[in-house]
Write a protein that binds this ligand. Structure first.
Ligand code: NAD
Ligand code: LMR
Length: 354
């Protein structure tokens, strides 16, 4: 006998164990920097199925520094107290080998934060040894085909260090987060047009997760009561699209830091879930998203850097959307960000230890 959906939903809310899906085996998800701000926000999102789907059980591996062990243990206690039906185990550790052991997915948020007055070079100097060490742990201990998202800044260059020092891990399995910038771009367009953000799609963020990124609305569309239309046509304000829109999205991270006195946490955690969900479960038909991936030379972007491109995902693989028109304005913005990433790569090599 088939039960109606409404009854099934009510049963699930009363006694989730009754309808627990026993068919899917739990997967292991690593979160580094789990005692930090983004870590605290993301672990519950993952254990509620927002990253890998509402029927996918998970075992959470959480890594943080020994000095944060007590805080990390507090996060572990809260996860137990939340009685989350999809959560099948929690490992809280400051040991990299234990943290990476057998993980299928790794969200790398841990790193040395940018302090006031710090130059980008100082940030790179502090993070290169961390990502060099985690590259070894990834290569030696993670499950084959482990999929990695780097969130910690400088995200693109940390991803590059990871790739360089984990040569056995396919480059396609390492990505970095620019989905937050992508979502910020959708948010700004939605505000400007007075349409719901879910009705806006196909913005692009090109380049580095930094203020040189190029948020591009030239191919975006929005659904209105008159159907789906190009955002360029609906906004009808080239100056806004080339100036205000670009600079608001580029500077949004700084604006949040100024307002909150700490960097974006819930939006970063949410974007990291969006990134992994779309990568693993696929992008909706006709929709692309922005992901930082190892450049294959598409759109004239040099190989050898992690660069944010428009991608579609299917069956756990991403592919760069090809054939979009790039005008002179876009080309100059895209080059600026590629040049910055090239400089970051040179700086990173200065701090590599043999
Ligand atoms: N890519 C993006 O869109 C984006 C957005 C927001 C923030 N970020 C970056 O994400 C990172 C985390 O932000 P947060 O607000 O959670 O910072 P946070 O300082 O609150 O947390 C960072 C955590 O990482 C831990 N950590 C440091 N070194 C570690 C190591 N070697 N191994 C494991 N853990 C380690 C720290 O102890 C801390 O608990 C920062 O680098 C931030 O700049 C990126
Ligand atoms: O942590 C930062 O410097 C800002 C962060 O990357 C953000 O985009 O919100």
């Amino acid at each position: 006998m088939m039960l109606p959906n409404s009854l099934l939903q009510r049963l699930a809310s009363w006694c989730p164990w009754l309808l627990r899906d026993e068919r899917k085996q739990p997967v292991k998800v690593l979160v580094t920097g789990a005692a930090g701000q983004i870590g605290y926000a993301i672990v519950a999102m993952i254990a509620r199925g927002l990253m890998l789907g509402p029927d996918q059980p998970v075992v959470l591996h959480m890594l943080d520094l020994p000095k944060s062990a007590e805080t990390l243990n507090g996060v572990r206690m809260e996860l137990i107290d939340a009685a989350l039906p999809l959560l099948r185990g929690v490992v809280a550790t400051s040991d990299e080998a234990e943290a990476f052991r057998g993980v299928n997915f790794a969200v790398l948020i841990g790193g040395s934060p940018r302090r006031e007055g710090m130059q980008r070079k100082d940030l790179i100097a502090k993070n290169v040894p961390i990502y060099q060490s985690q590259a070894s742990a990834l290569q030696q201990h993670a499950a084959p085909n482990c999929k990695v998202l780097v969130v910690a800044n400088p995200a693109n260059t940390n991803a590059l260090v990871l790739k360089e020092f984990a040569p056995a891990v396919p480059a396609k399995n390492i990505t970095c987060l620019t989905r937050l910038d992508h979502n910020r771009a959708l948010g700004q367009i939605s505000e400007k047009l007075g349409v719901h953000v879910a009705d806006v799609r196909n913005a692009i963020v090109w380049g580095n997760h930094s203020s040189t990124q190029f948020p591009d609305a030239r191919h975006a569309t929005a659904r209105t009561q008159h159907g789906e239309k190009p955002v360029v046509e609906l906004v009808a304000d080239e100056k806004w699209l080339k100036e205000e829109f670009v600079s608001v999205v580029q500077q949004r991270g700084e604006a949040v830091i100024k307002a909150r006195k700490q960097s974006s946490s819930l939006s970063a955690a949410s974007a990291a879930c969006d990134h992994m969900r779309d990568w693993i479960l696929g992008t909706p038909k006709g929709t692309w998203v922005s992901m930082g991936v190892y450049s294959d030379g598409s759109y004239g972007v040099p190989e050898g850097i992690f660069y944010s491109f428009p991608v579609t995902c299917d069956k756990g693989e991403w592919s760069i959307v090809q054939g979009l028109e790039v005008d002179d304005f876009a080309r100059s913005k895209m080059e600026l960000s590629a040049n910055e990433l090239d400089e970051e790569r040179s700086m990173a090599y200065e701090f590599v230890s043999s």
